[in-house]
Design a protein around this ligand. Structure first.
Ligand code: AHM
Ligand code: MG
Length: 338
């Protein structure tokens, strides 16, 4: 029986039998993420003290400038995941192509692939605002013992076996699901241990917070413009409150606790929005659904979208179920009437 103040290590051991593929492998995988999270957390917390922030002088595949801590986090997560003979492939926001891992185990039994955004919202680092790590885990679909292929990564989100995020905020938390609810663990930095602080997290069915970059308003689809106006209208429990950190993990986390909706829609400039399906939207959608929330692109459930590319983008509407359904209604009304 999970209880508050249980350590993450204890929780993993106690709950590994509830995972449908009962083996210790997934537990070891979560354990390695826990370790990398602590290492990255240590570095993120030092960001203001040492000369580690600032541009690294390189650009990633999306043409965005990488920050030093992005590179650091990417290396640490890859290193930690590679060292444990569990993962056979990794895809990362910071890597153009997926990485094949040759197991040191001579039978090469590694079954899992991990997709990761090592440091999301990294433009927030140099102004001391929360950033996060997002991860998504699948079982490979190609035969065990052979090198991974792109098919192992281009799986629908509904095939995820685990997903989670780490939020480096006022405190550091690891929140994850293996398909049986969502649990949140807070790091006690004095002793380096994560404790279960938020058992069985759930989105309130409805909420009062909407999170969207309204600076892009004129480029939004009509359905989203109409929904935003609806949020602002004085009626019932509205107007809602607008809160946008610009760090998906932090905006999502707050909305899950308080009730709210996060929107990154398509825009006239970026028809598929900004966020990446495989290592941003799918893991957040899996967590949202496991917490009674909902995630869609306005028309289709995020978890049912067939990916076609590693770094694919998708419009993203995610949060309290009633709010997402309302936003979808507005999107679909416009399609019907045009
Ligand atoms: P990143 O992966 O380059 O950090 O971009 C993802 C981030 C999200 O965390 C955040 O919600 C969004 O980009 C903010 O974008 P914008 O500044 O366009 O509103
Ligand atoms: Mg990102």
């Amino acid at each position: 029986m999970s209880q508050k103040n249980q350590t993450l290590g204890e929780f993993i051991i106690e709950n590994q039998t509830s995972f449908k593929y009962t083996s210790g492998e997934l537990s070891r995988l979560i354990n390695s993420i826990r370790l990398a999270a602590k290492v990255v957390n240590h570095e993120v917390n030092k960001a203001g003290l040492v000369d580690i922030i600032g541009a690294y002088g390189d650009t990633n595949i999306q043409g965005e400038e990488q920050q030093k801590l992005d590179v650091y986090a990417n290396e640490k997560f890859i290193q930690t995941l590679t060292n444990r003979n569990i993962v056979c492939g990794i895809a990362s926001e910071e890597e153009d192509d997926f990485i094949t891992i040759n197991s040191q185990d001579e039978n090469n039994q590694n079954k899992y692939v991990v997709l990761i955004d090592p440091l999301d919202g990294s433009s927030n680092i140099d102004v001391n605002v929360s950033v996060g790590t997002i991860f998504s885990v699948y079982r490979r679909v190609t035969p065990i013992g052979t090198p991974v292929t792109i098919d192992d990564f281009l799986q629908k989100g509904n095939q995820q076996v685990a997903a989670g995020y780490i939020i480096y905020g006022t405190s550091t938390m690891l929140v994850y699901t293996t398909g049986v609810g969502v649990n949140g663990f807070t790091l006690n930095p004095a002793i380096g241990t994560f404790y279960l602080s938020h058992p069985d997290m759930k989105f309130p069915k409805d909420g009062k917070i909407y999170s969207v970059n309204e600076g892009n308003y004129i480029h939004f689809p009509q359905g989203i413009k109409d929904y935003i106006k609806y949020c602002q209208m004085e009626e019932g429990n509205r107007p809602y409150t607008s809160r946008y950190i610009g760090s998906l993990v932090s905006d999502f986390h707050r909305n899950m606790i308080k009730g709210g909706i996060y929107i990154y829609p398509s825009t006239s400039k970026n028809p598929n929005g900004k966020l990446r399906l495989l290592y941003e939207c799918n893991p957040m959608a899996f967590i949202a659904e496991q917490a009674n929330g909902k995630a869609s692109d306005g028309f289709t459930r995020i978890l049912d979208i067939q990916p076609t590319e590693l770094h694919q983008r998708v419009p993203f509407i995610c949060g309290s179920k009633s709010m997402v359904e309302k936003a979808e209604e507005f999107m679909q009304q416009v399609t019907v009437s045009t």
